[in-house]
Design a protein around this ligand. Structure first.
Ligand code: SF4
Ligand code: SF4
Length: 345
């Protein structure tokens, strides 16, 4: 079902939700950097820039408390954080590459162990996606089977119209409920043309072919070649909408403290460091190999999905110019590509 919503009515919708106590998360500027963050007003939302970090933080924060303890004499008191207290949320202005990663994450967070911290936020969040009108050299969503107008993961999906306002696709019951609860703000779909959407330049990968190559090449000179520059900073994992590794740590002292869930990254040397001192991924190429294997082979083996939506964030942020798209392109084409380290002379 398609509807129309003007920019003014979208602002009214967001301001009304905020006034009613709903957490509205959208791209907003924070010290000059666009980030997905809770809005105080619709005026804060920026819709023309890709946030530096992904929308997964609305479900899976960088750091969160999962339990606290206090000790009085011999009595230890444990207090769980109750996910039922998480607020109803509307996540708006979500780029297709971010929205598409969220159902991919559902698979791992609802697998053998049900992660109620992630799942309760998922249940309580309505996602309003937004089509992309610009792409840069790092974007490659079309290479992994998505597009600047892909509605995967969105409950409602907005496409900007020439002359202003948005065409709004309803993609789920949650989206329909939001429209039904917003009387007078949505109208019948207009005949106006949508604006020209972005066109990422990377050619489509044959993901089956890439996976078959990875199945056979756990050991390969490619890994030393692509990862020789990797400094293991973990930035690629932290900006990624699909990376989801975390660590559980206890922080505190004898009398009180907290158990926390913190993001982790397979690029860190300590990630697989055993208590014995042995580290099966003792060198950076082995860690970088794991990053590619996890995204294009292991996750597919386990859940039948690719763990990359082509957002390009890891390409933009890598301090040494490692380009995952160029590496997968190389695997895809089986020939050296001059795009492997585009930012390094
Ligand atoms: S691996 Fe890189 S391009 Fe792919 S989804 Fe993650 S950050 Fe985006
Ligand atoms: S951002 Fe670049 S240098 Fe840092 S861990 Fe990722 S690939 Fe390595």
């Amino acid at each position: 079902m398609q509807k129309y919503i003007s920019q003014q009515n979208l602002n009214t919708l967001l301001d009304t939700l905020i006034k009613q106590g709903t957490r509205v998360v959208a791209p907003r500027m924070n010290s000059g950097t666009p980030l997905y963050e809770p809005l105080l007003s619709s005026a804060e939302m920026v819709s023309d820039q890709l946030p530096r970090r992904s929308a997964k933080e609305a479900f899976f924060p960088v750091c969160e408390d999962i339990m606290s303890y206090t000790k009085e004499g011999q009595q230890v008191n444990l207090k769980d954080i109750d996910p039922a207290t998480f607020p109803e949320t509307v996540l708006v202005g979500v780029r297709p590459c971010d929205a598409a990663a969220i159902p991919v994450l559902d698979a791992v967070f609802s697998w053998d162990y049900k992660d109620e911290f992630f799942l309760e936020r998922r249940r309580k969040t309505t996602i309003i996606g937004l089509a992309c009108t610009t792409a840069d050299d790092a974007c490659f969503c079309t290479a992994v089977g998505l597009s600047p107008a892909d509605t995967k993961g969105s409950d409602l999906f907005l496409t900007p119209l020439e002359g202003g306002g948005y065409l709004c696709d309803t993609c789920s019951d949650k989206g329909e409920a939001l429209i039904n609860g917003s009387e007078g703000l949505f109208a019948e779909a207009t005949q106006a043309k949508t604006v020209t959407l972005a066109v990422p330049q990377t050619e489509a990968f044959d993901l089956k072919k890439v996976k078959s190559w990875l199945d056979e090449h756990f050991e390969d000179p490619l890994w030393d070649g692509v990862a020789v520059r990797c400094v293991g900073c973990g930035a690629c994992a932290f900006v990624c909408p699909a990376c989801h590794c975390f660590d559980i740590v206890d922080e505190g002292a004898e009398k009180s403290g907290k158990r926390r869930k913190n993001w982790d990254a397979c690029g860190f040397w300590k990630f697989t460091h055993h208590a014995s001192g042995h580290n099966p991924r003792d060198l950076q190429p082995k860690r970088y190999r794991n990053r590619i294997m996890h995204k294009f082979k292991y996750y597919d083996d386990k859940f039948g999905q690719t763990l990359c939506t082509g957002c390009g964030r890891c390409v933009r942020i890598c301090p040494v110019g490692i380009d995952i798209a160029a590496i997968v392109e190389e695997i895809n084409k089986k020939c050296l590509s001059r795009r492997i380290w585009p930012n390094v002379s």
